[in-house]
Design a protein around this ligand. Structure first.
Ligand SMILES: Cc1ncc(COP(=O)(O)O)c(C=O)c1O
Length: 405
């Protein structure tokens, strides 16, 4: 079998030298796919299902188990670019067993939601951010890129066609899973010559059907999720499978999530598949600080994280809060907790919006994250959930909300 040329063979010596000389995030050498021709939304073909599914009762929905009638798919080929977008009945993919996605992990994805507002209209939440992130992920694994707003328009068409699946109940939504895979049939390791972008949709219920339930975390120090120069800031399927065993280990000891640490300093990075926030009272000044890890390449650029930071700057800073994207460590959280200065901690992500944290198990100690007995959330996590949901469900008209119909 002829060995495929390694990805780096085409890179000139000067480019490689530049790669070595400049910081990681400033280099962009991964657009290995041929210059992508744009997706043409005007070529959309819609084939409606002849067997519409019966709707489940909202309270019977289990996350990610039920799918809508249709899916969106767009194929890409290195020589011809993006083909006509198709909305078809939801169906199996048929792929040769040698397809590169199965062997080398050419896969990236997004998680976003469509919400029904009180007037019955459908809204997406900051969908351009998801498309920008999908483009960054795709580019990093030599898959083609696309125009974000064109994809938002096409996703809107899918959501609109399947809008009957979105329950008319607060807390419910349609979870959308845009996915891109390399589809070339080859065992050679190279940039895929063909790819497919598809979007499937799954109606989901509220993450906390009976109100917040604070979670207890186990700090994972024997495995790392991401590292400098790695791909932890991209939403690649390959980042997720290795996280399950540490998650199971934490669960076996009674913890709902694991907390990913990094380095000898034990920097706090992310919680399960959420970004992590801590509200800490400063030891010297007494000022309240909302802190989260910086986007240094090891942290996923959460859209909820960005929303929490924006809202904190908008609404908490005028009340005297400091908002920081900085490195912080487990010893710092432990000390703050011991001194009664750890006010609260929470994870942030599309699934739950915010997830309050009660305790963190670390080095045989239990770090108390500030919730009183009987409390399931601190005031900042609660306010954040309310503020973000107001914009997701269109209670507050805001540029973050994208009206579908
Ligand atoms: C590793 C990781 N961190 C953080 C997040 C939160 O990101 P978002 O707020 O965009 O859902 C997710 C979920 O997508 C994730 O998988």
């Amino acid at each position: 079998m002829r060995q495929a040329a390694p990805l780096w063979r085409g890179l000139s010596a000067s480019l490689l030298a530049r790669r070595a000389a400049v910081p990681w995030q400033a280099t962009r050498l991964y657009s290995a796919a041929a210059a992508s021709q744009g997706v043409d939304a005007s070529k959309l073909v819609i084939q409606k299902t002849e067997k519409p599914a019966e709707l489940k009762k909202p309270e019977e929905l289990v996350f990610g188990n039920t799918f809508t009638d249709h899916m969106l798919a767009i194929e890409w080929d290195k020589s011809t670019g993006w083909g006509a977008p198709k909305i078809t009945p939801y169906q199996n993919l048929s792929l040769d067993p040698a397809t590169c996605v199965f062997h080398y992990g050419f896969e990236c994805f997004e998680g976003m939601k469509a919400y029904r507002d009180s007037a019955g209209r459908i809204r997406l939440f900051r969908p351009n951010k998801n498309m920008e992130r999908l483009n960054k992920s795709a580019e990093r694994i030599a898959l083609p890129t696309f125009d974000s707003s064109t994809l938002v328009d096409l996703i809107s068409k899918l959501v609109s066609l399947d809008s009957r699946f979105i329950p008319n109940k607060r807390g419910y939504s349609l979870y959308l899973r845009p996915t891109m895979i390399g589809t070339q049939k080859t065992l050679g390791i190279a940039a895929p010559g063909s790819a497919m972008l598809f979007v499937i949709a799954s109606p989901v219920g509220p993450y906390y059907p009976t109100g917040f339930k604070a979670v207890s975390l186990e700090a994972t120090d024997y495995a790392v999720r991401a590292w400098p120069g790695g791909v932890g800031d991209k939403k690649l399927g390959a980042n997720y499978a290795p996280c399950i065993v540490p998650q199971l280990a934490a669960a076996s000891r009674g913890f709902q999530q694991n907390l990913w640490l990094f380095g000898e300093e034990e920097f706090v990075t992310e919680v399960g598949t959420m970004n992590m926030f801590a509200a800490i009272k400063d030891k010297a000044t007494g000022q309240n600080e909302l802190v989260t890890a910086p986007l240094d390449g090891t942290i996923l650029e959460g859209i909820t994280r960005d929303s929490v930071l924006s809202l904190a700057r908008e609404k908490l800073v005028p009340e005297g809060w400091k908002v920081s994207e900085r490195k912080y460590t487990m010893p710092e959280l432990w000390e703050a907790s011991q001194e009664g200065r750890l006010l609260e901690a929470f994870g942030s992500g599309t699934a739950a919006v915010v997830s309050p944290v009660r305790t963190i198990s670390w080095k045989g100690k239990l770090v108390d994250c500030g919730l009183k007995d009987g409390e399931e959330t601190g005031p900042i996590a609660l306010k954040m959930k309310e503020w973000i949901e107001a914009r997701q469900y269109g209670d507050e008209e805001h540029e973050w909300s994208h009206l579908v119909e």
